[in-house]
Design a protein. Structure first.
Length: 312
């Protein structure tokens, strides 16, 4: 019985990459669904799947987040995991799809839930923006804020796994590469503008979602520099303009596409047993009860799991 994966927006349910990947349940906001119906929906998911892992963005409205916690509390269920993510919307959708892929493997619900933190570190999430004037989820230097008012300026911003920013200019041209010149940081404490966006050192595919900005930088410059195996496109998530602070954006995310590599990566981490709820998990925190594991687990990688070419 696969663990149920649930989300708070249909935009977070990306098309499956194979016939085995199940879909995700889409939970409704409180203004669209009475509490009684929300309880019935959650109870049905528990009856059908045993465990439910809910992923939702950090910018979810407060009333919606309270609804999620209220449902779990009223059901008195320790089989519902509520995972709040700081990832941008497109990358969060990719993470949701990866957990959907893992949910049909021979992993327990506790491992699937705690795998979300592990896999987040292997997502390279960013966007090309027409302005960073209202970008408040990634540190931006005062200089970049000033330059964003120059007509025709564009910026390539990396939000995860670590923040970086490249000013593209009116031509939408700037290098992207495997390493970045980060310097010592900006005067305001944020990351300095860099010469290149740091890219993954392992094989990935690139997903692009276009908003109200015209640029071919993600496909013409970023994809070759990051040596991605394929470039795919999807609609821009509804939450992206709010997350990035502008409608003029092209969001992108580089990710591990192969389920065999994902499986190998998760399998390479030593299993722990949560001392509070008793579930198996990986990493240093339980996804269901949020209890910390002491001492912190340092995951090890299987040799060859994230190298280019055919997985070993």
């Amino acid at each position: 019985m696969p663990t149920a994966i649930a989300v708070t927006s249909p935009d977070l349910v990306l098309p499956p990459t194979d016939r085995q990947t199940p879909t995700a349940a889409v939970l409704q906001p409180p203004e669209q669904q009475p509490l009684g119906d929300a309880l019935s929906t959650a109870q049905l998911l528990l009856e059908q799947h045993g465990y439910v892992v809910v992923l939702y963005p950090a910018n979810l409205p407060a009333a919606y987040e309270r609804r999620l916690h209220t449902v779990r509390s009223l059901l008195e269920s320790d089989r519902i995991a509520l995972l709040r993510s700081e990832l941008p919307p497109l990358a969060l959708g990719v993470l949701v799809r990866q957990l959907r892929q893992l949910s049909v493997c021979d992993f327990s619900a506790g491992v699937v839930a705690s795998a979300a933190r592990l896999l987040s570190h292997y997502l390279y999430a960013g966007a090309v923006l027409g302005s960073v004037a209202k970008l408040d989820r990634v540190p931006v230097s005062l200089t970049s804020h000033a330059k964003s008012w120059v007509p025709g300026s564009q910026f390539a911003v990396l939000a995860a796994p670590s923040p970086a920013l490249v000013r593209l200019g009116s031509g939408g041209s700037a290098p992207a590469g495997k390493a970045a010149k980060t310097g010592k940081g900006g005067a305001d404490g944020g990351p300095r503008d860099v010469d290149q966006l740091p890219g993954p050192e392992f094989g990935t595919e690139l997903l692009i979602a276009r908003g109200q900005l015209t640029t071919d930088w993600p496909t013409a410059t970023l994809a070759p520099a990051w040596q991605v195996a394929a470039v795919r496109e999807c609609p821009l998530p509804a939450g992206s303009p709010d997350w990035w602070g502008t409608q003029r954006a092209v969001e992108f995310a580089a990710y591990l596409p192969d389920i065999t590599v994902l499986y190998q990566l998760v399998s390479s981490v030593r299993r722990e047993v949560c001392s509070w709820c008793g579930l198996d998990l990986i990493g240093d925190r339980c996804g269901f009860c949020s209890a910390a594991i002491a001492p912190p687990e340092t995951h090890r990688r299987v040799a060859g799991a994230l190298t280019r070419g055919t997985p070993t």
